[in-house]
Design a protein around this ligand. Structure first.
Ligand code: ZN
Length: 414
């Protein structure tokens, strides 16, 4: 019996064009054994379940490097081939975390847990009272001396202390807010002072965690880089880039997750076209579709062409660009233009519009985030890697929009 069960867990995908996370390889067959890829380019083992991928392209499961999520968000993400979401601020009860780890119908995730911000600072301005999850008694965060959107720090000592608490509560990396509010229509927001920011970065590094900054302006980006951040979870969008700033970012080694889909929404552009795509609308609830058709519209004076040019300049300078969306856990029209999973495909399209080749955009959603976040078991198609896979009709290496023509998704081999 045992042997038969084992045999049932072997799947061979044949005749596929394979993008392995870095490049298109010559092999056309992979073998999945249980939760992992056991072979690439080998003969098909006897008794394996066959998946003929003629006319299709096999990719590593996609990674969204900037989300705020929930079990529903993770389920929607997986339906779009996003097998890992990296949460940049959020909270999880032990029960929900356990459920997410056990279920096969939700994406895997990592989380910063709470972010570090100033009293009354970002993202308070985006969260109204009735959306505050503290209202839900069953979803109390694990930290009883800090509130959900108020893990406030005013001094270096408080920041150091808070990082220790986050790490003890399982934060996979540390998110630090540097946001003065102008692109969210709330200029003059309270901000962390520079010593506190520097202390938070130092504390993150003390625990071997990445320090990741929320910055959407040139000034906050300069501050983040000077403080030694490992990555920027956003792109500056208040002004066009200068070669000096691009060089500063490139020399720091920090990665950038531009979240073009968010920037587009902030500038008042709803994701109407995406929502009208049958490959999207067929997989999404009406509420999420309505959210996609809406937008933040808090900085309509921004110039999206400048934003695309900034991404092109950073990419050309050798900065690691990561696919991220900044989608919220719930469908809220005032945080619109974004949806779990679907927006990753939109981001890939916008990166290509910015000037990345399709293969460079696909790396930004697979091997690059895996490398930057130390996720050594994914982001690649190779023997031993997690069997997180996306099979799409057509050739997204030529036409990036083909990533939406989803034929199948595997998560941990299922
Ligand atoms: Zn965010």
């Amino acid at each position: 019996m045992k042997k038969i069960y084992h045999m049932e867990r072997i799947t061979a995908i044949t005749n596929a064009r394979i993008f392995d996370g870095e490049r298109v390889i010559n092999d056309q067959t992979i073998v999945i054994n249980g939760a992992s890829i056991s072979a690439v380019g080998s003969a098909v083992p006897a008794g394996a379940t066959l998946v003929n991928a003629q006319g299709a392209t096999l990719l590593p499961g996609l990674i969204d490097a900037h989300v705020h999520t929930s079990l529903d968000g993770l389920r929607n993400a997986l339906a779009f081939g996003v097998t890992t979401e990296l949460e940049m601020l959020g909270y999880w009860t032990t029960q929900d975390r356990k459920e997410a780890a056990e279920r096969d119908d939700v994406a895997d995730f990592r989380s910063a847990g709470m972010g570090i911000t100033a009293p009354g600072g970002h993202p308070s301005e985006l969260v109204s009272g009735d959306e505050d999850p503290r209202a839900d008694a069953e979803h109390q965060p694990a930290y009883d001396d800090h509130n959900f959107i108020a893990p406030f720090a005013s001094t270096p000592e408080e920041a150091t202390d808070f990082v220790a608490k986050l790490v003890a509560n399982g934060s996979d990396y540390i998110k630090i807010m540097i946001e003065e509010g102008s692109v969210f229509g709330a200029p003059g927001l309270p901000m962390l002072n520079n010593d506190t920011i520097v202390a938070a970065v130092r504390a993150a590094h003390h625990y071997g965690k990445l320090a990741i900054a929320h910055t959407l302006t040139v000034a906050s980006t300069q501050q983040a880089i000077a403080a030694g951040m490992d990555g920027l979870a956003h792109l500056f969008i208040d002004r066009s880039h200068t070669s000096e700033l691009v060089t500063t970012i490139a020399e720091s080694g920090a990665f950038v997750t531009p979240c073009l889909v968010l920037n587009s929404s902030i500038m008042g552009r709803p994701a109407t076209e995406l929502a009208a795509d049958e490959r999207v609308s067929s997989k999404m609830s009406q509420t999420w579709l309505d959210t996609l058709r809406s937008s933040f519209n808090t900085f309509p004076q921004g110039n999206f062409d400048d934003v695309l040019a900034t991404v092109a300049a950073l990419h050309k300078a050798g900065v690691d660009i990561l696919v991220g969306t900044d989608v919220s856990p719930l469908p809220l029209p005032h945080l619109g233009g974004l949806a779990h999973g679907a927006s990753v495909h939109h981001e890939l399209q916008l990166l290509v519009e910015a000037g990345l080749t399709p293969i460079e955009a696909l790396r930004a959603a697979t091997s690059v985030p895996a490398r930057r976040f130390g996720l050594t078991d994914r982001g690649h198609i190779a023997p031993g890697a997690r069997a997180d896979l996306l099979l799409v009709d057509g050739d997204p290496l030529t036409n990036i929009a083909d990533t939406l023509s989803i034929r199948a998704v595997w998560r941990r081999g299922v």
